[in-house]
Ligand binder design. Structure first.
Ligand SMILES: Cc1cc2nc3c(=O)[nH]c(=O)nc-3n(C[C@H](O)[C@H](O)[C@H](O)COP(=O)(O)OP(=O)(O)OC[C@H]3O[C@@H](n4cnc5c(N)ncnc54)[C@H](O)[C@@H]3O)c2cc1C
Length: 302
């Protein structure tokens, strides 16, 4: 008979790590799985996490993992979870990993995060080094620089441009073929923000540092960094396969304390938000979901 866990946490980003810490401290038997695909792995520094401003993402995770080692009921494995199956009769979950191992658990926390898709493949080379998607995370480092805003619809263009204008007044908007309304163009021009609606042909730079953006016409516009608006998506469908209800936008429905519509399944972090957030928010979500998990186990067993 396999060991039964109180909770299996899938994903050791800030959401999963923080949940595991809370559960370990609550004396729960927890297994945490991670496969190293955290969204911020491409960046050198993380900003805005209280007391850890400027920390490297790897160092952030290493400290969290080290601190979890103090809790004997917690185990951490570098494994990809490939399937979660509900055992309805026993009210348990079976978790399968890519190493052909299986685990059983009473509760599941999905903290697997999201990923981004870019309008242009070349953006990947610069993402996390000189092109970013979150001004709160990286706006300070790019302040007053000649920046590009790369976005492809009115709503995203307006939102990102107005926001980034706070950090740098030297902005050029690239819509990659999207035609912007005259009203918006006039608003931007009144602030001396140029707009290029031509399709982008290429990005140029060195070692992730953007130097210029080349348009289809061959015109090359100098920029030393900027912000892009990617599309975000949830790469795995564990929640759907386990029959958790989702809303019309594909977001998993929760009670705002991390409980999904299926008893025993919880979510935290960007998986829950169905969009980008921050290390601090994800960690807080993990803490909140862990309290729900612990309370539910407590009430079941008391
Ligand atoms: C370039 C960049 C820079 C950023 N800079 C900042 C910053 O300065 N400050 C800030 O606050 N935020 C920053 N962020 C945002 C921050 O990284 C996210 O908000 C945060 O990581 C979300 O936490 P999470 O725990 O929800 O997801 P993640 O951190 O993405 O963690 C999810 C984890 O799940 C694991 N996983 C996924 N699927 C599986 C599976 N099937 N099996 C096992 N494990 C799995 C992954 O390996 C990953 O570690 C940045 C993001 C990017 C992309």
């Amino acid at each position: 008979m396999m060991d039964k866990y109180d909770c299996i946490v899938i994903g050791a980003g800030p959401a999963g790590l923080s949940a595991t810490l809370t559960l370990g401290r609550a004396r729960r038997k927890v297994a945490l799985f991670d496969n190293g695909t955290n969204r911020n792995r491409v960046t050198h520094e993380s900003h805005g996490f209280l007391t850890r401003d400027g920390i490297k993402p790897k160092e952030f995770k290493d400290i969290a993992v080290k601190q979890l080692e103090s809790y004997p009921s917690v185990s951490i494995s570098n494994e990809t979870v490939i399937k979660v199956i509900k055992d309805v009769q026993r009210d348990l979950f079976l978790v399968n990993t890519s190493n052909n191992k299986s685990y059983i658990t009473e509760k599941i926390l999905l903290a697997t995060g999201i990923q981004e898709e870019f309008p242009l493949l070349q953006i990947r080379q610069y993402y996390g080094k000189s092109l970013f998607s979150c001004p709160y995370c990286d706006g300070w480092e790019l302040r007053d620089k000649p920046l590009a805003i790369i976005a492809e619809n009115d709503e995203h263009i307006i939102h990102m441009t107005k926001l980034v204008f706070n950090w740098s007044k030297d902005l050029i908007v690239f819509t990659n073929g999207h035609q912007l309304s005259n009203k918006v163009r006039n608003d931007f021009e009144s602030k001396k923000i140029k707009v290029y609606t031509e399709v982008i042909k290429n990005l140029h730079g060195d070692n992730g540092n953007l130097e210029s953006i080349e348009l289809e016409s061959g015109e090359n516009i100098l920029r030393s960094g900027g912000f892009v608006v990617p599309s975000f998506y949830r790469p795995n469908k564990f929640a759907e396969h386990l029959n958790c209800q989702v809303d019309e936008n594909g977001g998993i429905i929760t009670d705002s304390a991390g409980r999904t519509t299926v008893i025993g399944i919880y979510i935290a972090g960007e998986t829950e938000k169905a969009g980008p957030s921050s290390l601090m928010i994800a960690a807080a979500d993990g803490n909140k979901a862990a309290s729900s998990i612990n309370m539910d186990i407590t009430l079941d067993r008391f």
